[in-house]
Design a binder for this molecule. Sequence first.
Ligand SMILES: [Zn+2]
Length: 198
Amino acid sequence: MEAKILRLNMAGQPVEWLHWKEAVNLYARELIAWSLGGVVKRVHGGRSRFSGCQTFIDLPAIVASDGERLAQAKTIPPLTNAGLFRRDNGQCLYCGHYFDYAELSRDHVFPSSRGGEDRWENVVAACLRCNQRKGNHLLEDIDMDLLALPYRPNPYEYLALINNDRIRGDQMAYLRPQFKRYSGKLIGARGNSFSLRF
Ligand SMILES: [Zn+2]
């Protein structure tokens, strides 16, 4: 898999991952204002009829481009199971065990049957067993704790979550300083602890 290119808006906020061909498109339309990081890919163009030299573009790892003509940064990243399971590190936030994503489910802390909303702050990864056990109960009505409070990833965290496997060091160095800071570990009511890992 080829590394993707991290696209920022003009304010430096990350917006999306681009395929290198999309980055070439931006480059050709002179929409890249500035760039950072190492070279992801060298793309060769045609030969100059004057010099006989072949043209090329070195595509950088991070590009900033005018957002007005492209998709705006999503202030609320879309909630998907894959993003959720990554946010929670593949861990069931009730029993604390780690699972393959296929064995995890999206649990609504405040149950959807009682009007709980389908949003980042109300959902956690849960194994099927814990999800079934919790059912429509409220946390306070059942002997179950949450190991961590669910949170909405900011755009920096979200882009890291959805591209964790192929992210380059220079891209991560850009994103990581904006990850939310947690003061050490969150301690559950029964003394369970949890730390956020990226
Ligand atoms: Zn579980």
